[in-house]
Design a protein around this ligand. Sequence first.
Ligand SMILES: [Fe+2]
Length: 212
Amino acid sequence: MAETIVAWPTLIGVERLALPSAMNANLRTAALEVEQRARPPGDHRHFSNTVDNHTDIFPERFRGDLDTLWGQVAQAAQLYLQHAFRLPVSYPLSWSLCILVARPGDRLPAHSHPQRDLFAAYYPHIDPPADDPTGMHGGELRFIDNRGWGRKWVNRNPSLFDSAYLSLRPEPGMLVIAPGYALHETNPFSGPGLRVTYGFFMNVLMTKEYAA
Ligand SMILES: [Fe+2]
């Protein structure tokens, strides 16, 4: 059950998943292995607006952890769809996975995922900001108003700071769900250490075949 669905004009679901810590640790290890397989060593660029699909290169020995995570994400997504979009029945969801490992200074510029109905970000691991007692370690996930006037505003202003209508500071165990059209960005992550994000990109298979 989503704890909160907030933020006009786009409804965003925020939930905390209670995965065992050993499972989150496995997801962290798997993410680092995926990163090694997906990119040459030393290449830590995460600036693509496309969605890499890491499902096929996910390490087989952690597949059970991924399946468990996806089960919880799918359940949360169904509840989100019922609450935010009033879908009367649960339709099957197709999904792909994109894993991001953020290091200090990494950010994602504003983008959306218009080919997807929904996306979800889950954070199995974020190194605690040991040198920053305030916890202001950056890396906020910021949602930006992408209605017509908003986009004009965004184009004229490279700094989108004032246009975000929701800014979430990721915490370990947090799951955020949003429509694919929602414009969002990630502030630079100041660490120290790593932040691991599992991005799930979903389409609702709302076909006649599945209509109840
Ligand atoms: Fe994104």
